[in-house]
Design a protein around this ligand. Structure first.
Ligand SMILES: *[C@@H]1O[C@H](CO)[C@@H](O)[C@H](O)[C@H]1NC(C)=O
Ligand SMILES: *[C@@H]1O[C@H](CO)[C@@H](O)[C@H](O)[C@H]1NC(C)=O
Ligand SMILES: *[C@@H]1O[C@H](CO)[C@@H](O)[C@H](O)[C@H]1NC(C)=O
Ligand SMILES: *[C@@H]1O[C@H](CO)[C@@H](O)[C@H](O)[C@H]1NC(C)=O
Ligand SMILES: *[C@@H]1O[C@H](CO)[C@@H](O)[C@H](O)[C@H]1NC(C)=O
Ligand SMILES: CC(=O)N[C@H]1CO[C@H](CO)[C@@H](O)[C@@H]1O
Ligand SMILES: [Ca+2]
Ligand SMILES: [Ca+2]
Length: 570
């Protein structure tokens, strides 16, 4: 306590009235980040596919619900072999989504509303239809080494030509594909239609920096980098590639799980490249007097590796490696499981780098309502916003959307389609997503119950809880998380998880979440009386009621609530 009182004393002497406003937190550190899957957010022209102009018309909604930054899944020119994650031109908008002019209009409107725009950056590979790859096949000047080309080996027994190594691609099958025209193998960590770029080649690195520059020049506020661990691969100085050892997790040699990926994931080259991007963007920021340009990394890697992606002691990289810890929670998870997931991040990454973010859903995983049960959506909504740092919300989670059973159509036959169905705006046809006759994926049959128009303004609706939480993120108590004693968290009973957010000598909030399906009792939480300010639909309490936390209190099954009081006791 003493260490906190000393600066107060100094501040009073200096007559500094606002010294105790939360210490400076950069915009991305406590952002309310919202992921848009552009195909499914809003269709402006009736073709049944969402587009940029559609997003622009809905920016006011994002503002209304307290979103401060939005990340758009890929919008770039692509033959769509992997839904836009196979880019044929990194500086061109795919006509399905609109034009560069539409993009400029989107950025202008977003910035006018104070919303940052983050783009998906897919550097690992391009589409095989990309002009660069076509030039590389023809060994055109400068493009010869743009991709990873190898002759392969001659099998000693059969005398046949075989790939340079035993590597298996993420989507199964060999990581090497023979190209007849060039008479060589090329490497692809994903589909054969997604050849990997050669990041040992300075020209490739230069081109990628130009891509970043192209978009920041047009106003992009940051990038979410896709598939970061797959950027570099191990290659010996003599030009050979080491085989990967067996993992023991699979007996199917064509499965990605068959090998332990010690030579194709998280290589030193990858770190080097990420540091290079950070340096470039920081320099750009200085020169152009811009806000911090953020790098968000998608990396399913160990905390040790993630830590190096942020900073290895001498070099900085991504500010925000995405934290997927909460994604492993399910319908049976207890408060203790929540505590373990949260600690897994805080004890490692937070301790070292003071960076935290919380992801509960994305375009590659089941929706929250499907994964954990509809009655847990509000609990998780409160949790991700209650925890210190950045909350990350996948579109539609704020209204409690669930997976939709989809059937294969001519357009799509993906096992990830169920979590990618159109946003549910209102009760009209196609949930207000399109004015056309059909949508690219079906609209959820429950859209008349779960939609923005129906939930807007209704106390205790999922949308209203989301809005309440994003408003709290703007308070001093929620912004003081980098100060000593600014937050605390933990399981306070078998099933009740608590988060405390405090602005010293000002306000305190307590978020209590009952993960269980039974009534839970907790006692002696604090010697103070607080007031209910936000309640889930399962709560029997009323807004403004007071509660004495020195007494035993109870929470109903799946009840979640936010209490407000003064900081300190009393
Ligand atoms: C990408 O498209 C732009 C505009 O259409 C064009 O100028 C550029 O050459 C293209 N780049 C590649 C690599 O195809
Ligand atoms: C990648 O490019 C570098 C530099 O141009 C070159 O030396 C190297 O052989 C290339 N690597 C592969 C695997 O093609
Ligand atoms: C290439 O270098 C590696 C590592 O030094 C070695 O294990 C391998 O046998 C070498 N291969 C050839 C063909 O020289
Ligand atoms: C951090 O990584 C850079 C680039 O790979 C390297 O040059 C530097 O030595 C590393 N620093 C430490 C402390 O390992
Ligand atoms: C509340 O005050 C009592 C009596 O002083 C003390 O025993 C107890 O530990 C306090 N509880 C909390 C949570 O501070
Ligand atoms: C972790 C991962 O595989 N992420 C993405 C990598 O890139 C492929 C192809 O672009 C995507 O399909 C994955 O979602
Ligand atoms: Ca459209
Ligand atoms: Ca690669």
């Amino acid at each position: 306590m003493l260490s906190r009182l000393l600066p107060l004393y100094a501040a009073l002497l200096l007559g500094c009235g606002s010294c105790f406003a939360a210490s400076a937190v950069d915009w991305w550190e406590s952002a309310t980040l919202y992921q848009i899957y552009p195909r499914s957010f809003m269709d402006s022209d009736g073709d049944g596919v969402g587009d940029l102009n559609g997003i622009t018309t809905r920016l006011a909604y994002l503002k209304e619900i307290g979103v401060t930054a939005t990340w758009l899944s890929p919008i770039f020119a692509s033959p769509m072999a992997d839904f836009g994650y196979d880019i044929s031109n990194f500086t061109k908008i795919d006509p399905l989504f609109g034009t560069l002019t539409d993009f400029d209009a989107l950025i202008a409107k977003a910035h006018a509303l104070g919303i940052k725009i983050i783009l998906d950056f897919v550097p690992n590979h391009s589409s095989d239809e990309c002009e660069w790859f076509q030039k590389s096949i023809r060994r055109e000047d400068g493009y010869d080494d743009f991709y990873i080309w190898e002759d392969g080996k001659i099998d000693a027994e059969t005398g046949e030509r075989v790939p340079p190594s035993n590597w298996v691609s993420v989507f199964s099958g060999p990581m090497w594909t023979w190209n007849e025209q060039r008479q060589q193998y090329y490497l692809h960590q994903f589909l054969p239609k997604q050849p990997d770029l050669n990041f040992s080649n300075p020209m490739v690195r230069e081109h990628m920096l130009e891509v970043l520059k192209f978009w920041v020049d047009r106003g992009a506020d940051g990038f979410r980098i896709d598939a970061v661990p797959h950027i570099g691969e191990k290659r010996f100085a003599n030009g050979t590639y080491p085989d990967e050892p067996l993992s023991g997790w699979s007996d199917d040699p064509n499965s990605y799980n068959y090998h332990d990926h010690i030579y194709t994931k998280d290589q030193p080259l990858t770190l080097e490249v990420v540091y290079e991007w950070r340096e470039f963007l920081d320099e750009y920021k200085r020169q152009h007097e811009r806000d911090t340009i953020v790098l968000i990394a998608e990396a399913y890697s160990s905390v040790e590796v993630l830590s190096d992606y942020i900073n290895n002691g001498t070099h900085s990289g991504t500010q925000m490696p995405m934290n997927f810890n909460l994604m492993s929670l399910n319908g049976y998870s207890t408060a203790k499981n929540v505590e373990d997931s949260v600690k897994g991040w805080m004890d490692n990454i937070w301790e070292k780098h003071q960076s935290a973010n919380w992801v509960v859903g994305n375009h590659d995983n089941d929706r929250l309502a499907t994964r954990m049960g509809q009655h847990k959506v509000d609990l998780m909504t409160m949790l991700v916003h209650a925890l210190p740092g950045t909350s990350v919300t996948y579109y539609g989670e704020e209204i409690g959307m669930s997976n939709v059973a989809t059937e294969c159509t001519a357009i799509s036959c993906e096992d990830r389609d169920p979590e990618r169905t159109p946003m549910q705006w209102d009760t009209t046809d196609h949930a207000g997503f399109t004015t056309g006759p059909t949508s690219w994926l079906p609209i959820s049959p429950n859209y008349k119950r779960f939609n923005v128009a129906t939930e807007r303004g209704v106390a205790r609706s999922t949308l209203q809880i989301f809005k309440g939480m994003t408003q709290l993120k703007q308070t001093n108590a929620f912004k003081a998380f980098k100060e000593e004693g600014g937050f605390a968290f933990g399981a306070v009973s078998e099933q009740v998880f608590q988060v405390v957010r405090t602005a010293f000598l000002e306000e305190e909030y307590r978020i209590l979440i009952n993960m269980g399906n039974k009534v839970e009792y907790v006692h002696d939480l604090a010697n103070k009386t607080m007031e209910y300010v936000l309640l889930s639909r399962h709560s029997p309490h009323s807004f403004g009621d007071k509660v004495d936390l020195s007494q035993r209190i109870y929470l109903m099954p799946y009840e979640a609530l936010v209490l407000r009081g003064s900081a300190g006791s009393g």
